[in-house]
Design a protein around this ligand. Structure first.
Ligand SMILES: NC(=O)c1ccc[n+]([C@@H]2O[C@H](COP(=O)([O-])OP(=O)(O)OC[C@H]3O[C@@H](n4cnc5c(N)ncnc54)[C@H](OP(=O)(O)O)[C@@H]3O)[C@@H](O)[C@H]2O)c1
Length: 270
């Protein structure tokens, strides 16, 4: 028995949404190191190609023969027609997906209820909830037919805990939590696994997106503490995916050591 045996992943095919940056990109590189093939999905094609190159390098460095096929696919998960037509863009060698990582998601702003733009509300639900559901519907049909598969949804501390200025984002992540938990119950009589990974503060493009490109506002979110990195969460995802087939990591909550809830953290005085 090894401490962390990822050999079960050799030759598997993983589909990752939101693979162009942050947690998704780091997860792709770690899966590449573990000898998988990967479908890399996001809206930004150039960023996806950069991640594809990082995957090629990581796979080469691993020296593994298995895996090593990486396909960047431009896709907006909130576009239902595009999700339905996904298979037309997937190379046939990568059509048999084993693991779906539903990671695409974002938050915009911290406005209070009453002041939130409808387009922001609709956009967050369209990606974080409806996009995740559309992708899951598409893949779970195949998983049921072949009686195997693993769906890993990226929730958040916001899946558990509402906070001031987070009404819409926490509502979307609570929805992810309810959807994931219901699906796990529905699939209890199958070998299909369902996992929700719930990160706390991770320094990625997340806060830059939240504050509409204001990098100093984004940086201030992590002032005085050491946040998690995309690689930290990638390790949790790849670990969950590589457990023995009879083990299902249902939920994991991961904080930086100086965070204890959505709003409680210790910050070293500057
Ligand atoms: N960072 C944190 O503190 C934190 C904490 C808890 C949970 N999370 C969750 O972790 C996940 C990843 O976030 P991150 O921190 O890695 O942020 P990030 O660096 O901003 O990455 C978000 C990813 O989602 C993609 N994306 C956004 N909307 C999309 C859409 N409509 N269709 C397809 N792809 C879309 C983005 O790519 P494109 O722009 O190229 O489409 C990007 O690849 C999100 O679900 C987020 O809610 C993050």
């Amino acid at each position: 028995m090894s401490v962390f045996n990822a050999s079960r992943l050799l030759g598997k095919t993983v589909l990752i949404t939101g693979a162009s940056s942050g947690i998704g990109a780091a997860t792709a590189v770690l899966f590449a190191k573990a000898g998988t093939n990967i479908l890399l999905l996001a809206r930004r094609e150039d960023a996806l190609k950069t991640v594809q190159q990082a995957c090629v390098a990581a796979h080469k460095e691993s020296g593994l023969k298995e895996g090593g096929q990486f396909a960047p696919i431009q896709l907006d998960v909130s576009d239902k027609a595009a999700v339905s037509a996904l298979w037309s863009k997937v190379p046939s060698a990568l059509r048999n997906v084993d693991i779906l990582v539903n990671n695409a998601g974002y938050v915009i702003g911290k406005d209070h209820v009453g002041d939130i733009d409808d387009s922001i509300i609709e956009g967050m639900f369209a990606t974080n909830v409806f996009g995740l559901i559309s992708m899951t519907q598409l893949l779970v049909r195949d998983f049921k037919a072949k009686k195997s598969g693993h769906i890993i949804n990226i929730g958040s501390i916001a899946s558990r805990e509402p906070y001031v200025g987070g009404s819409i984002y926490t509502a979307t992540k609570h929805a992810v939590n309810a959807f994931t938990a219901s699906m796990m119950r529905e699939l209890v009589n199958t070998p299909i696994r369902v996992t929700e990974i719930q990160p706390g503060m991770v320094e990625t493009e997340f806060s830059i997106v939240r504050f509409l490109g204001d990098t100093s506002a984004a940086k201030s979110v992590y002032a005085g503490l050491q946040p998690l990195t995309g690689e930290d969460i990638a390790e949790e995802i790849v670990w969950a995916a590589s457990r023995p087939p009879h083990v299902n990591i249902a939920e994991t909550l991961i904080f930086p050591v100086n965070q204890a809830s959505a709003v409680i953290s210790y910050r070293a005085p500057s």
